[in-house]
Design a protein around this ligand. Sequence first.
Ligand code: ADP
Length: 169
Amino acid sequence: MSAISIIQGDITQLAVDAIVNAANESLTGGGGVDGAIHRAAGPGLLEECRKLNGCPTGEAKITGGYHLPAPHVIHTVGPVWQGGAQGEEALLESCYRKSLQLAADHELKTIAFPAISTGVYGYPFEAAAKAAIRTVRAFLDQPSSLTEVVFVLYGTPDYKQFMEIYGDT
Ligand code: ADP
């Protein structure tokens, strides 16, 4: 059995098996949730990331969690929103699917996602939330090691909107 939960908060505080980072292709840190994760994890994370030679958009790579409560970080690179005709939806779905698959390949049970691409990358929130929910549900329909997937929304408006979309889909 596996469950989806939705919380408001700071993903860096969560003691799940893996937190997902909305990274950029260089994997050398950035702003938003990426910056918060690197700050909370400490310099060991950047050191390990530097050895990974980046990550293409829509793909995912795993590292340790260093000083984070979560023992693993799964770095995925969401698409930059360019109007929707550049394959953004398929790439965003791929971020969720590949992150979940990587977690399952490592026999992890619990994973938390931020709202990938909805910050600096500009993906419209509602469309991003629907893609996230759809992809996670489809993945959890098949047997895997995962028992819990947590969607973490940073601000109250995002949390409220995500809850509404979740209830409607
Ligand atoms: P992207 O470049 O993929 O758009 P951002 O980091 O700019 O990534 O934003 C992705 C989402 O992460 C946004 O909804 C933002 O509000 C949220 N976010 C920022 N900091 C945190 C945090 N500490 N925990 C959870 N979510 C966060």
